[in-house]
Design a protein around this ligand. Structure first.
Ligand code: PMP
Ligand code: GLN
Length: 447
């Protein structure tokens, strides 16, 4: 099977008939649907390929370069060697939905019905996709807080919806180290974004790429607007266990009146450092979850049974030791806080200004003071941070991600001077990155 331009699928085995068929199909009509218009470029596809093409230290895409815990890998092996190789229940393997309902029931202080209020999906991505496909109609407005994980925009658009952006504003520099808590919503600006057409708002806490952890007061302000305007909320909490210092992860679904209108999304990939397993979930009231089930049963149907079984066993283990010193969640958080501090200290020592994240895997840094003669790009529209990161990869062997990828096209321009570092990496990987930055230090900054 060949794929021609515009994703023409050509099944004929003879090359000549392939070419003829390709011509005929592409010339007679537009092949792609309007839903995917303008969505063909993807930051992860582009920069993951660049990282693979060069010999580099990779602090780009968000995945651990260390293994998941042994108890989880052992559970997967047992599942594959045992009886977990065939289809399971479409909406979630029973042991997994049972423990997710129990676990999150306790955290949300809410009775959660495992078979109707939990949907297991192919990663958090699919949970998000089901939400948009199931609940967003043509012309519905969806409020998205910038910077945002890029797929929210594409998914809202593919559903026919209209994204409405509200930026987090950085407070003016005060001379001290900035943190993600210094990036805040303007309450009046936020209130102005809600109207009769608003169907949903997307929350992501801890946020990717900034690491902001929305506090109780900020979430209450959002909740009040959702209640006032009868708006749904999708809360992407894939980094929920990674909250540093004295910060606390607040679940918006636990605020009064919010369970009824919120879908909370999680990821075993992030929770157990196994991003390739692609197990995620959506949790919420049954009258919303049933619509997500409709999308799921007609698209993915379910995700790998053995992976679900292993994740279920992982959660059972963690349930018994939640908050205890031997909890994997506690240990991962402590380890990552040290890595965050190590990276922030290194960036500061070379004269850069990190925005210290309160949570998550990522740290963003201001590059406006860095002096680099970038080659002229053939793409005149390409943002400065994209060009900068490409230069960093090819000339210094260090991969990061341009932060303007997390902004709408109308607001990219204002945020071309930040790049994102991922710190869920072995200490040896972070040390190699540090070495690159230290060697480069002498030529790094403008005077
Ligand atoms: N949401 C956010 C904020 C993310 O950073 C990611 C990337 N892992 C996802 C959702 C998707 O998670 P998954 O890999 O479980 O599909
Ligand atoms: N969530 C990950 C990140 O932000 C990767 C997502 C992806 O590769 N599609 O780096």
């Amino acid at each position: 099977m060949l794929r021609g331009p515009a994703h023409t699928i050509i099944r004929n085995s003879s090359l000549i008939s392939n070419i003829l068929l390709r011509k005929k199909v592409t010339m007679s009509r537009q092949i792609h649907s309007r839903r995917i218009e303008g969505l063909d470029k993807n930051i992860w596809v582009e920069f993951t390929q660049l990282a693979a093409d060069h010999s580099v230290v990779n602090l780009g895409q968000g995945f651990p370069d260390f293994s998941p815990p042994n108890f989880l890998k052992d559970a997967f092996t047992r599942a594959v060697n045992g009886d977990f190789n065939q289809y399971t229940r479409a909406f979630g393997h029973p042991p997994l939905v049972n423990i997710l309902a129990k676990f999150f029931g306790k955290l949300l202080e809410q009775d959660i019905e495992p078979f109707t209020e939990v949907l297991v999906t192919v990663g958090a991505y699919e949970a998000l996709f089901c939400f948009f496909q199931a609940l967003i109609d043509d012309e519905d407005e969806v409020i998205i807080i910038e910077p945002f994980f890029d797929c929210y925009e594409s998914m809202a658009r593919m559903a026919g919806g209209h994204p409405v952006y509200i930026p987090l504003h950085p407070k003016p520099e005060s001379g001290r180290l900035m943190t993600s808590a210094d990036w805040v919503l303007d309450p009046a600006e936020l209130a102005n974004k809600f109207n009769k057409r608003t169907k949903a708002i997307v929350i992501n806490t801890p946020n990717n790429p900034l690491g902001k952890v929305f506090n109780h007061e900020e979430l209450q302000m959002i909740a009040d607007l959702c209640l006032k305007h009868n708006v749904l909320c999708i809360s992407d909490e894939v980094y929920e266990w990674l909250v540093y210092d004295a910060n606390r992860h607040v679940r918006i679904a636990s605020l009064p009146g919010m369970w009824e209108r919120t879908i909370t999304v999680g990821s075993a990939g992030k929770t157990f450092s196994a991003t390739g397993w692609k197990v995620g979930w959506a949790i919420g009231p049954k009258d919303i979850i049933r619509h997500l089930q409709t999308v799921h049963q007609n698209s993915n149907y379910h995700c790998a049974t053995a992976a679900q079984q292993a994740v279920a066993e992982g959660f059972v283990k963690e349930f018994g030791r939640l908050g205890a010193p031997d909890s994997y969640f506690t240990n991962l958080r402590q380890e990552l806080q040290l890595k965050r501090d190590q990276l922030a200290a290194c960036l500061t020592s070379v004269g850069l200004k990190p925005i210290v994240p309160e949570g998550g895997y990522f740290l963003i840094v201001d590059i406006s003071a860095v002096k680099v003669d970038l080659p002229v790009s053939t793409d005149t529209e390409e943002p400065y941070d994209y060009r900068f990161v490409k230069w960093l990869i090819t000339n210094k062997g260090l991969v990061t991600i341009p932060v303007s990828a997390f902004y709408s096209s109308e607001h990219k321009k204002g945020f071309e001077n930040f790049i994102r570092f991922c710190f869920v990496k072995e200490d040896s990987t972070l040390s190699k990155a540090e070495q690159i930055l230290q060697e480069w230090k002498s030529t790094l900054l403008t005077q």
